[in-house]
Design a protein around this ligand. Structure first.
Ligand code: BG6
Length: 488
């Protein structure tokens, strides 16, 4: 049965960093566009002993700081502030959770959406407390932030604990990449065009690359990050979700079960990279001191304040062992302190079966490529061969040219959205299509656990790379062994 729109959104961690940076500005935008249900109340909760006014003040500040001036208007700010309530609570203090549950039940006028924007260790106790105090029955659902655990065992423990209170169809696991406009555009590109599908397979595609590069270091999150590393922090979730969207079969419909049934098949088709394969299929790196855009930046160890064996970069060659993708390498890489911020997917097509162009043009030939750029700009580029203008006597000359679709130019009137605008709108309305199902999270952990185990068993340290470079040279060797190279 489709869920009803929420009448109450309860945000745990409402005074935290994610709330200030992303959640509250996203709610503001939904308010400004008139997309929130008219009667929706928003209840913030955190340990801080604030009253409603103080919390509303924080929300107003977050909007003033984070929402561009051109998008702010007083009526919309007031409209959002009028929806707010606040109730201090600590998951470790049962009496405060009982008070919170009472507030929830007093404020709700229909469905309730909880958003646990806290450390994952609080997910199960928070759900249990809501259940025990009568605030988690029918008509309630829960949104969980990543990471769901740090390996399969801990993910299962969280999922089991949450499932004791919320059935799976009431659990909305966030991977904020799925809320990004560019990521949904990948779905539109694949399934809204007849052109690509016949080519979208091993017969026509030579290799796929997925890169998520960041220029930032670990910022103030050293403690979390050092316990996690790039493989768990980025690859287990964001990169694997992108891989699923690239590799999945067409779902029958754009709806939660059909989409997730296809994604899980991809995850289950990933060839295991374990102890025997890790040395040739996987590279881990850690940034040393270097420079980005001419500005000197410290090493990871210096930012952290101690030596560490945590990886800030990973690159790997993955395979999706099924009919569609048999033999096609999927190169994945992600890292911090790379030379530029960029998230992109690149599909390289196979060469023409026979070139009719002899002479000089023979050396001009390049395979076609499809570049789907998700960040910082949203762009789709189809790389084609074209005649080089001129009257060359020795035959045609060819050049690679790009059919370029830049979304900011094409859709100049639409503003750049935060991923949480989409995610909140969907969760409030009870649509789980862009959220991650339990089996997906666990299959991803199972695959990643084997890699980590293989890597650790080799007792190798991550290879150092200077900040501001594309990772250790071993990442280049990894792809060059197949006669290919990273798109840069
Ligand atoms: C988060 C990771 O999930 O994604 C961060 O924990 C990372 O380490 C961030 O910086 C990247 O997200 P985005 O939206 O900036 O690409």
């Amino acid at each position: 049965m489709p869920a009803a729109p929420a009448s109450l959104l309860t945000i745990f961690g409402a005074t935290g960093d994610l709330a200030q940076r992303m959640l509250l500005p996203s709610l503001y935008s939904l308010q400004a566009e008139g997309l929130l249900p008219p009667d929706l109340r928003i209840l913030g909760t955190a340990r801080s002993e604030l009253d409603r006014e103080a919390f509303a003040g924080q929300v107003a500040n977050a909007i003033a700081e984070r929402v561009p001036a051109a998008e702010r208007n007083d009526a919309a700010v007031r409209g959002l502030l009028d929806r707010l309530d606040y109730c201090p609570a600590s998951v470790n203090d049962d009496a405060s959770m009982a008070t919170l549950a009472e507030r929830v039940n007093a404020l709700r006028n229909g469905d309730v959406l909880y958003h646990l924007s806290t450390a994952p260790r609080f997910y199960v106790p928070a759900c249990h407390a809501l259940g025990a105090h009568g605030a988690a029955g029918a008509g309630t659902r829960v949104m969980l932030e990543k990471p769901i655990g740090k390996n399969l065992t801990s993910a299962e423990a969280i999922n089991d604990g949450v499932a004791e209170v919320f059935d799976e169809d009431r659990v909305y696991r966030v991977d904020h990449y799925l809320g990004k406009e560019g990521v949904q555009n990948l779905i539109a590109l694949r399934f809204g065009n007849a052109l690509f599908e016949p080519q979208w397979n091993a017969r026509h595609i030579e290799q796929v690359q997925i890169t998520v590069a960041e220029t930032v270091g670990v910022e103030g999150r050293g403690d979390y990050y050092d316990d996690s590393g790039a493989l768990r922090d980025m690859l287990q979730n964001h990169l694997l979700q992108l891989l699923c969207l690239v590799a999945m079969e067409p779902p029958a419909q754009f709806e939660p079960t059909a989409m997730r049934n296809e994604k899980i098949k991809v995850l289950r088709s990933l060839r295991a990279i374990g102890r025997d394969e890790v040395a040739t299929e996987f590279v881990a790196g850690q940034y040393g001191a270097g420079a980005i855009d001419g500005v000197a930046v410290p090493s990871y160890a210096a930012e952290l304040g101690r030596a560490s064996s945590t990886e800030t970069f990973v690159a790997m060659r993955a395979h999706v062992d099924n009919w569609r993708w048999s033999g096609v390498p999927f190169y994945l890489r992600t890292g911090k302190r790379m030379p530029s911020r960029c998230t992109e997917i690149y599909l390289q097509f196979r060469k023409v079966p026979h070139s009719i162009f002899g002479g000089a043009a023979a050396g001009d030939m390049r395979p076609n490529g499809l570049l789907i750029r998700l960040q910082p700009e949203e762009r789709i580029e189809l790389q084609l061969m074209s005649k080089t203008p001129g009257l060359d006597r020795s035959g045609l000359r060819l050049s690679q040219v790009a059919l370029d679709l830049d979304f900011h130019t094409e859709f100049a009137a639409s503003r750049k959205r935060l991923a949480y605008e989409r995610l909140y709108l969907d969760a409030i309305e009870g649509n789980g299509t862009l959220f991650v199902r339990r089996d997906e999270t666990e299959a991803a952990w199972q695959w990643v656990d084997a890699i980590l185990d293989g890597w650790r068993a080799g007792a190798t340290m991550p290879r150092l790379y200077p900040a501001g470079t594309w990772g250790p040279s071993a990442a280049v060797s990894l792809i060059e062994r197949n006669g290919q190279s990273w798109r840069e």
